[in-house]
Design a binder for this molecule. Structure first.
Ligand SMILES: [Zn+2]
Ligand SMILES: [Zn+2]
Length: 309
């Protein structure tokens, strides 16, 4: 008998939720890293597969190894590949520990890797692209932790001025009056590891177009384990689906022990059928592949129809 081949390392999960790609790997206790390339950000950096290097920002939710293990590698590879210095955004309590980690690597490698760390207190935000902001939101886990919301700020004419002639608006503006107001559009929320809490009452979390949330425990008997580890259980996701207006709710941080067939069964049993369409499991490669193939076929058919008309 020949020895068995080594187990394959997990592939990146991939979902296209127009106009955003959600890609990464997330397995509870092992590794979590989820990138939205269009927004220039990756959430967590528990591993650093090559595509992640293109993210100029990494929003770190907390310091557990499965979320933070590859932070030094991210900085070092970006430097090695000549991509430019990466930036990690983190809870203020993690800023010094990250400096300590990078300092330890300077000792190990006998060279310094350039890096940026930005501590973002809960409630504060940072502009990561033109008009696109990363906001830190308090979450509840066993260690200091943050969730993040990426939002777009759009300047819009004040509603009471809509329909006014252009000259009037110019006149008002020149007189120093504020004629616009800023709208905040939550695009993506990433909860990181968290238990149920005030986080899930916030309009920016509930209103995000894409809500990427952990769902560590699924089985009815695992409620207790979820609360000890300060994690979410599928029962929480059911509550969340009622409150959130997200077009897509992407589940991450499932345990490797839970077989994907079992995940689908548990979802079908717990989630009302009309809600199931907007629930995705990042690591359910087969279902997501099938969906993407359909998206490709639809796009092709649409292009053909256009060419014919
Ligand atoms: Zn974790
Ligand atoms: Zn954790």
């Amino acid at each position: 008998m020949l020895p068995r081949e080594p187990a394959r390392s997990p592939q990146l999960g991939y979902l296209y939720i127009p106009p955003y790609r959600v890609q990464g790997i997330s397995i509870a206790g092992e590794q979590s890293v989820v990138q939205v390339p269009e927004l220039d950000v990756a959430f967590d950096i528990g591993a650093c597969p090559k595509p992640i290097l293109t993210a100029n920002y990494v929003a770190l939710t907390h310091g557990h190894m499965d979320h933070a293990a590859a932070l030094s590698y991210y900085f070092s590879q970006r430097n090695f590949q000549g991509i430019g210095v990466g930036t990690i955004v983190c809870h203020p309590e993690l800023e010094q520990p990250i400096h300590n980690v990078m300092k330890a690597w300077t000792g190990l490698e006998a060279q310094k890797t350039p890096y940026n760390v930005i501590a973002l207190p809960p409630g504060e935000q940072l502009e990561i692209k033109n008009n696109i902001y990363l906001r830190a939101v308090e979450s509840v886990h066993t260690v200091p932790s943050l969730a993040y919301v990426v939002l777009e700020k759009r300047s819009k004419l004040r509603p009471d001025l809509v329909g006014q002639p252009q000259e009037k608006l110019v006149e008002l503006k020149n007189s120093g009056e504020q004629i616009t107001q800023t709208l905040e559009i939550p695009l993506v929320c990433y909860t990181g590891d968290t238990m149920w809490g005030e986080l899930f009452d916030r309009p920016d979390v509930l209103g995000a177009k894409i809500l990427i949330t952990e769902c560590t425990f699924l089985e009815p008997g695992h409620r207790g384990r979820a609360s000890v580890g300060k994690h979410l259980h599928l029962d929480d996701i059911v509550k969340l689906l009622e409150k959130s207006t997200a077009e897509a709710v992407v589940l991450t941080h499932l345990s490797r022990r839970t077989h994907l067939g079992m995940v689908r069964k548990a979802l079908e049993a717990a989630v009302p059928p009309e809600q199931l369409d907007r629930v995705f499991v990042l690591m359910d490669q087969r279902t997501n592949r099938r969906r993407f193939d359909q998206q490709l076929a639809d796009a092709e058919a649409e292009a053909e129809a256009k060419a014919d008309s």
